[in-house]
Ligand binder design. Structure first.
Ligand SMILES: Cc1cc2nc3c(=O)[nH]c(=O)nc-3n(C[C@H](O)[C@H](O)[C@H](O)COP(=O)(O)O)c2cc1C
Length: 205
């Protein structure tokens, strides 16, 4: 059993999202199952023309790459290999401008590789990560419910990306409204932490 914890928390010790992630890690019984990837320290590549060409030639056209082309996609491959090796993937990040921070998007762009985490079949796209679980931990300044739910391009995106890759069980824990005067921030975080603990228990981690 391997749990991969991917985080992008630039507020460091002041991060409110970190409260959810810390609760997750504390609640896991076998902490030796946890492997971490801190995107602040190990940044994913953005897709350059060289990376794109190497990826398309190899993963779509089935061509062998020259050593220098392999070098271009080495980081994508390393992150994808680590991602695929996990049974549970946890991703923790704050909402930025209604979506995921660009570093988190670059991470998904790095691991969503054809022939690795998804493929194309006779009936269309097929996720290759069946049987695996994903947990999205996030926080936002506003509340995205009711008529405002449509402005949450963060968890709608990450949830769909996991679905697309075939993850069988995807859970989301959000601490919302943390920058609103009317919010009892401590209470919202506490409720979210309880949700995290329940998921860890239900998943028997
Ligand atoms: C660059 C930036 C952009 C943000 N954009 C949004 C946003 O679009 N919607 C929102 O509700 N909150 C937004 N926020 C607020 C954060 O999502 C919120 O404060 C969150 O709790 C921060 O998490 P952290 O404490 O883990 O860093 C933004 C914050 C920053 C720094």
């Amino acid at each position: 059993m391997k749990i991969l914890v991917v985080s992008y928390l630039p507020s460091l010790q002041n991060s409110r999202t970190k409260n959810l992630l810390d609760t997750f890690v504390e609640s896991v019984k076998n902490k030796e199952n946890i492997e971490t990837l801190d995107l602040l320290k190990d940044m994913p590549d953005f897709i350059t023309p060289e990376i794109l060409q190497a990826y398309v030639h190899r993963n779509y056209m089935g061509q062998n790459l020259k050593p220098e082309q392999e070098k271009y996609i080495a980081k994508l491959d390393k992150m994808t290999e680590q991602f695929k090796s996990a049974d549970v993937v946890v991703i923790a990040y704050p909402m930025y401008n209604f979506s995921v921070p660009s570093m988190v998007k670059a991470y998904f762009d790095s691991v969503m590789l054809k022939g690795e985490t998804f493929d194309t079949g006779a009936k269309g796209f097929v996720g290759l990560m069946a049987g695996k679980k994903a947990l999205i931990l996030t926080s936002s300044g506003g509340v995205y419910e009711g008529e405002y739910a449509k402005y949450d391009f963060s968890t709608t995106l990450t949830k769909y990306e996991f679905e697309f890759m075939g993850f069988s069980d995807i859970k989301i824990v959000k601490a919302q409204g943390l920058n609103m005067k009317s919010t009892d921030v401590a209470k919202v975080i506490e409720v979210a932490q309880q949700e995290v603990k329940k998921i860890v228990g239900d998943w028997n981690l």
